[in-house]
Design a protein around this ligand. Structure first.
Ligand SMILES: Cc1cc2nc3c(=O)[nH]c(=O)nc-3n(C[C@H](O)[C@H](O)[C@H](O)COP(=O)(O)OP(=O)(O)OC[C@H]3O[C@@H](n4cnc5c(N)ncnc54)[C@H](O)[C@@H]3O)c2cc1C
Length: 470
């Protein structure tokens, strides 16, 4: 029997081999491209296990996929083979209010989980701009985060136990329902951020927290993004831990105004602070943030009405899409877009990125999660202009080097995938060899998501170099 009929035996009509469908699965939200030969949509753990056992036996590459919103090519099948689309495994299996835990399948979309939690007064804090689309499995596999991790941490801080199907189809649990355990290695953290290269997450037990009773926004406008960065340093040094702390540089605000001219945001370099918690504590924290920012801000506004705050957050979420308004001839490319540095170094990183963009003659929008040291840089190019594309690639390379030079990382939340795999050695040195040894131990035939994270050498499916796209 050929592989297609073996797969059809497991998933029936939830197997696709038509070229139109394969085309749809040959990209994510990045510029990385790679075409699968089969797409399967398992409905439960047992089907995933049978698919993996088959792929292991036949040495066929398998690329797990959630919602395909990744920005580094993580879910793109660089070596063909099978795309394992987990979006149909989307049941919320349990909400346990007394233990403040949920048990979910990997395809649950992040916002749907929080909608289901609303009546219990609980929420799952990791809050990416893609929260209406991305899956919990994708968030775990990338250790995604987003807008509220200054105070609440990243996805890894909420994972208690993962059910994992390993490369050969066997199933393990990495944790349990207990909040504390000092028994053995922390396998949960090993699988978080492994981007589908070590195993397939088929269920996750997550901790969730009570919704804050009150929230307040402080919107501070500055003369330059560097001044904005320094103000953030002063706020954090004053012992204030805002729930969110986001930067939108002047170009970003201008672009947002083009999308919505009625948007009530001053045209300047802005920091959005959010305070949340008990009502009196929130008022006090917001007042302290204002007091610190007044030293250098040109204006400060506050908002506490839900509708007013939602308008600002909706605008913030729009940034990724709004960038197209900068210049209709140019396209935003996802390279150098997710660097992270120690928070106190953000103003230096912002200055360096500005210099790099000016040197290259490539416009760059700067926005992101400044309170946790994560800057998103949107570089714009005319894709038909080869020289401009080359200059942009060089600019992105310099941005990555600047982040590493400042003690940072080439990806703070979007992951490495294929787009940043060439930086793994530079960032990790000898630790990359430890990662490769772990990869070989757990996936000896190299069938899981080959071509990613520079883990490949020596494994069956992962030999030739693959195109990074751009
Ligand atoms: C407009 C926009 C805004 C964004 N904003 C943010 C942001 O603020 N913060 C942030 O962190 N990210 C952001 N992202 C990036 C993206 O949404 C995240 O990386 C998200 O975690 C990807 O989830 P997904 O379900 O789409 O995963 P996919 O793109 O499908 O996959 C991502 C990786 O996870 C692996 N994977 C997926 N599911 C599983 C599984 N069940 N088991 C094992 N491996 C699996 C894949 O192989 C791949 O390597 C944004 C993206 C867009 C398009």
């Amino acid at each position: 029997m050929d592989l297609a009929s073996d797969l059809a035996d497991i998933v029936g009509e939830r197997l696709s081999c038509s070229s139109a469908e394969l085309y749809c699965y040959s990209c994510d939200a990045s510029q990385v491209r790679g075409r699968p030969e089969y797409v399967v949509r398992p409905k439960d753990r047992d089907e995933v296990s049978r698919i993996m056992a088959l792929a292991f036996e036949k040495r066929v590459p398998v690329t797990p996929r959630g919602a395909g919103t990744g920005l580094a090519g993580g879910a793109v099948p660089l070596k063909g083979g099978i795309v394992l689309d987990l979006s149909s495994m989307d049941r919320i299996l349990e909400i346990d209010c007394s233990c403040r835990q949920v048990l979910v399948e990997p395809g649950v979309v992040r916002d749907r989980l929080n909608l289901a939690l609303l009546p219990s007064g609980l929420f799952f804090p990791p809050d990416p701009g893609s929260s209406a689309m991305c899956s919990i499995g994708g968030l775990l596999a990338n250790n995604g985060s987003g807008m509220h991790c200054v105070k609440y941490g990243t996805t890894r801080d909420y994972a208690l136990d993962l059910e994992i199907v390993l490369a050969d189809g066997s199933v393990i649990h990495t944790g349990s329902q207990v909040l504390k355990s000092s028994a053995g290695y922390d396998l949960t953290r090993l699988f978080i951020g492994s981007e589908g290269t070590l195993g397939v997450i088929t269920a996750a037990r997550l901790s969730v927290v009570p919704l804050p009773k009150a929230r307040r926004l402080v919107l501070a406008a500055f003369r330059s993004p560097e001044e904005a960065g320094l103000a953030v340093n002063r706020v954090l040094s004053a012992g204030i831990v805002p729930a969110a702390c986001e930067i939108l540089d002047r170009t970003t605000v201008e672009v947002l105004h083009r999308c919505d001219p009625h948007l009530a945001l001053p045209t300047a370099d802005l920091i959005l602070f959010e305070a949340d918690g008990e009502p009196t504590a929130v008022l006090d924290e917001a007042a302290r943030i204002e007091e610190v920012c007044l030293q250098s801000a040109i204006s400060i506004d506050t908002a506490s009405e839900a509708a007013e705050m939602e308008e600002v957050w909706a605008a913030r979420r729009l940034v990724g899409a709004a960038v197209s308004r900068l210049d209709p001839k140019k396209t935003r490319i996802y390279v150098g877009e997710d660097v992270g540095v120690p928070v106190g170094m953000m103003h230096v990183l912002i200055r360096r990125v500005q210099e790099i963009s000016e040197d290259a003659g490539i416009p760059a929008m700067k926005y992101g999660h400044i309170g946790d040291g994560n800057l998103h840089v949107a570089l714009f190019v005319d894709l038909s202009d080869e020289a401009e594309v080359e200059r942009a690639k060089l600019a992105a390379h310099r941005i990555h080097l600047a982040a590493l030079d400042l003690g940072g990382t080439v990806s703070a939340e979007h992951g490495v995938g294929r787009a940043r795999s060439s930086y793994m050695r530079l960032q990790w040195g000898g630790a990359l060899d430890v990662m490769r040894a772990i990869k070989r131990a757990l996936d000896p035939r190299g069938i899981l998501n080959p071509g990613k994270l520079d883990l490949g050498s020596g494994t069956d499916c992962d030999t030739a170099d693959a195109g990074a796209g751009l």
